[in-house]
Design a protein around this ligand. Structure first.
Ligand code: GTP
Ligand code: MG
Length: 370
């Protein structure tokens, strides 16, 4: 028969048996380590752990560990994902717009520039970089708390006429918590009252030690208005990115994270997705959060249709049945039945979580009422 024991399943996934038991409990199945579960249930558990299922035969479930798919030999360099953060009005969006104008791949063909909050450029030296406008610090924290680490490098924008402010410090703390290296872009250096040296001094208090002070934090003077230093900033990003040795397997089913989503008239639900592994293609069946769907179209930040999107690439996708949340995980699966199964499972799990939270809330209310 089509079964597997809980401990064997845990073994093959290289997960702790206790964690598998817990996951099963969320499905409403009480099973001990030695008990067997059916193949369907096992598949659900496996995909929830982020592994890939391979059925070798009806009676055996071979679990391809994520590590197999992402084995050393399959990895290829991928572009760095850079999030731009900083105090309000210090010029994050202006800087992104200015960098976007340096894109050598855009050419004359480019459609109308859309503000999708994420885009990819090719630098003059043929390097590809993905940029994400700060999704707001709250969204960033929310995404991280839900396990979505999207960014490799944080570009911290500090206005040279204003220096380090409250949200600059917040951004530094976010970057530290996420373990991301920081590159400082001292913006608005075209202004007569600009004092980039003061910015470097003030950053010392936040334990951001720039190169000038013998530290290892790259710091570049820029101006979004004149274009000063943008090439140096791009170079700094590539330098930092080389140290990180960023790689991913493009030849597998895609997974990624939702950066933002919205409902648009005539287009339905639209999500901006950052592909993290694999290649996403038109027609792919996916589950995002607890919604399933099929990719109807893939668009870049200029509204141009794409056939596919690889690791590190942000794309707009059409074909969703609902509106997902920033930070939601997206996985591509083989069949619609399987997509529905995972979506239903996640819905049930979310309900259980909410119920548990609700129950705790009422106990607290009871206690405080005493
Ligand atoms: P929020 O998204 O609201 O936090 O702001 P932001 O950080 O995206 O700043 P934004 O790009 O909207 O720029 C704020 C203001 O600073 C605008 O009036 C810009 O024109 C101006 N500004 C941005 N960069 C520069 C620059 O390099 N030089 C000068 N002189 N002004 C700049
Ligand atoms: Mg902005």
């Amino acid at each position: 028969p089509d079964t597997i024991s809980v401990s064997e399943l845990a073994n093959r996934m290289a997960e702790r048996t206790a964690d598998v038991v817990k996951e099963l409990m969320k499905l409403g199945i009480m099973a001990t380590a030695t008990q067997t579960i059916d193949g369907e249930t096992a598949e659900l558990v496996v995909s929830e752990f982020g592994h890939k299922v391979q059925r070798v035969s009806e009676s055996d479930i071979e679990i391809g560990l994520t590590g197999d798919d992402d084995a050393e030999d399959n990895l290829q360099p991928r572009p760095p994902v850079v999030t731009v953060m900083g105090h309000v009005d210090h010029g994050k969006t202006s800087l992104l717009d200015a960098i976007r104008r340096t894109d050598v791949a855009a050419g004359e063909s480019g459609g109308i520039t859309q503000h999708i909050g994420a885009y990819q450029i090719t630098t003059a030296n043929k390097n590809v970089i993905t940029f994400i406008d700060t999704p707001g610090h709250e969204a960033f924290t929310e995404m991280r708390s839900r396990g979505a680490n999207i960014t490799d490098i944080v570009v911290l924008v500090v206005a040279a006429d204003d220096s380090v402010m409250a949200q600059t410090v917040e951004a530094i703390n976010h970057a530290k918590a996420a373990g991301c290296p920081v590159i400082v872009a001292v913006n608005k250096c075209d202004k007569p009252e600009a004092d980039p040296q003061r910015v470097r001094n003030d950053l010392l208090q936040q334990e951001i030690v720039t190169e000038d002070f013998g530290g290892d934090v790259l710091c570049v003077d820029v101006s979004a208005h004149t274009g000063l230093g943008l090439d140096k900033l791009e170079e700094a990003i590539m330098l930092q990115s080389e140290l990180l040795e960023l790689r991913a397997n493009p030849d597998r089913n895609a997974d990624g994270v939702v950066i933002e989503s919205k409902v648009e008239r005539g287009r339905g639900s639209v999500a901006t997705l950052l592909v993290q592994r694999g290649t996403l293609r038109q027609g792919d069946i996916f589950v995002i959060g607890a919604e399933s769907g099929r990719v109807r179209a893939l668009l870049d930040d200029r509204g141009q249709k794409l056939k596919e999107a690889g690791p590190g690439q942000p794309v707009e996708i059409l074909g969703l049945n609902g509106t997902p949340m920033a930070g939601d995980n997206c996985v591509v699966v083989e069949t619609e039945a399987r997509a529905r199964e995972i979506a239903e499972y996640r819905t049930r799990r979310n309900k259980d979580h909410d119920a548990a939270r609700g129950a705790r809330g009422s106990v607290e209310q009871m206690l405080s009422a005493i």
